[in-house]
Design a protein around this ligand. Structure first.
Ligand SMILES: C[S@@+](CC[C@H](N)C(=O)[O-])C[C@H]1O[C@@H](n2cnc3c(N)ncnc32)[C@H](O)[C@@H]1O
Length: 373
């Protein structure tokens, strides 16, 4: 087993971990699959990119990664990893946010109870200023700054900005308030700037990773994939590997369960469900099947004819059968084999309470006829 210092001995290893996102691939898994099935210079595609683990792993290993992600939280993490701004430019933005935060005293005092139980007044002012002034969609320094804020927005009481909360899932306001009050838990005293500078010291200690130009698009794969060839595949080669993990049927709502981070990105200050296609819990069978069909069908056009498809998914019947059927339909000339994954934490199913039976996950691997690697 590697010691902490060895494990994080390179810039790529330090940035790969940005940020907490359930259902994320372990970085080591993505690295293993990418090195097994591709060579430097190849393109790797992930149409359900999440926090961008597969795309980043590809980019850090001399491959070119391309992905799509509909959830802005995952996208900000992916974008910050693939295009990290310089430490100086991010520090400068945080200094500006700190100056601006003095304007938001009244806004913090009038914030809903949840926010006042979750954060100290000075922290809340800082967060409100960041929410109003960081242009995370368009400015590199602002996107990286936002990633640092999102990572630390909630988690253990003395290692995040918040009162005690899970790091991976935002709790509902009513539940959280009750829980803190029952335990007399007050928000921690944190100097946001000092806290962020310390976190940045660690992340930047080995520099910025050297990456091959790669990209994750923010939005719906179903609509983005058909447009990609025009500005991507014409310049670059088609993908050698499609490495992805689709949402699992009925397990999590990626938007509702991330409501606090989505608030920081400009969303509403409540845990209301977000409207919109593919922003729910994926509970309608026909729609779920159609999503997989649309995404894998459209991804095929960006994949070489002899490309490999590697899909990690849930072992439970509905997700597994639907995914298997769709993959067979879209790639009739490929051979399909399974690789069982022992139950390991954290998985989507574990995080959302499906502990019995511990079915775990499974890898579906499609290779062109005759390829045995
Ligand atoms: C299992 S997670 C992928 C996690 C990823 N492997 C990682 O390492 O972070 C599935 C992702 O698909 C995204 N998603 C669902 N529908 C989508 C769509 N139509 N277009 C793009 N992304 C979508 C979800 O928001 C979620 O982040």
């Amino acid at each position: 087993m590697l010691k902490q210092g060895e494990r994080y001995g390179t810039a790529a290893a330090r940035w790969a971990g940005v940020g907490p996102y359930y259902a994320m691939f372990p970085a080591a898994f993505a690295e293993k699959v990418i090195t097994q099935f591709t060579a430097p210079g190849d393109v790797v595609l992930d149409p359900f990119a999440g926090r961008g683990t597969a795309v980043f792993s590809a980019a850090a290993r001399g491959r070119r990664g391309i992905g799509m992600e509909i959830n802005p939280v995952g996208w900000v993490y992916a974008q910050a990893k693939l295009h990290p701004a310089s430490q100086e430019s991010v520090v400068e933005r945080f200094l500006e946010i700190e100056d601006l935060s003095h304007r938001y005293r009244r806004a913090a005092e009038n914030a809903p109870t949840f926010f006042r139980c979750c954060y100290q007044q000075n922290v809340l002012q800082f967060l409100i200023a960041a929410r109003r002034h960081l242009d995370w969609r368009n400015r590199k320094a602002d996107c990286t700054a936002m990633a640092f804020l999102l990572v630390n927005l909630h988690g253990k009481r003395n290692d995040s900005f918040s009162n005690q909360m899970r790091q991976t899932k935002s709790m509902s306001p009513a539940y959280a308030i009750r829980w803190w009050r029952e335990r007399s838990m007050r928000p921690p005293e944190v100097d946001p700037l000092e806290f962020l500078l310390k976190k940045m010291e660690w992340r930047y200690a080995k520099g910025i990773p050297k990456l091959v130009e790669s990209r994750v698009y923010l939005g719906d794969s179903v609509t983005i994939l058909p447009q990609v060839p025009r500005y991507w595949a014409s310049r670059h080669r088609l993908a050698r590997l499609l490495l992805t993990s689709p949402p699992y049927y009925g397990v999590t709502n990626y938007h509702y369960d991330q409501w606090l981070r989505l608030w920081l990105l400009g969303g509403p200050p409540t845990s209301r469900r977000v409207g919109g296609k593919y922003k729910g819990k994926f509970e309608n069978r026909a729609q779920y099947r159609q999503l997989l069909l649309d995404v894998f069908g459209r991804s095929k056009r960006l994949l070489r004819r002899n490309g490999i498809v590697y899909v990690r998914t849930d072992r439970r019947e509905l997700t597994l059968n639907t995914t298997r059927q769709v993959l067979r339909e879209v790639f009739p000339d490929h051979q399909l084999r399974h690789r069982s994954r022992p139950y390991s934490r954290p998985t989507q199913t574990h995080l959302f309470g499906y502990v019995e039976p511990r079915v775990g996950e499974i890898d579906l691997i499609l290779t062109p006829g005759g390829c045995t690697r």
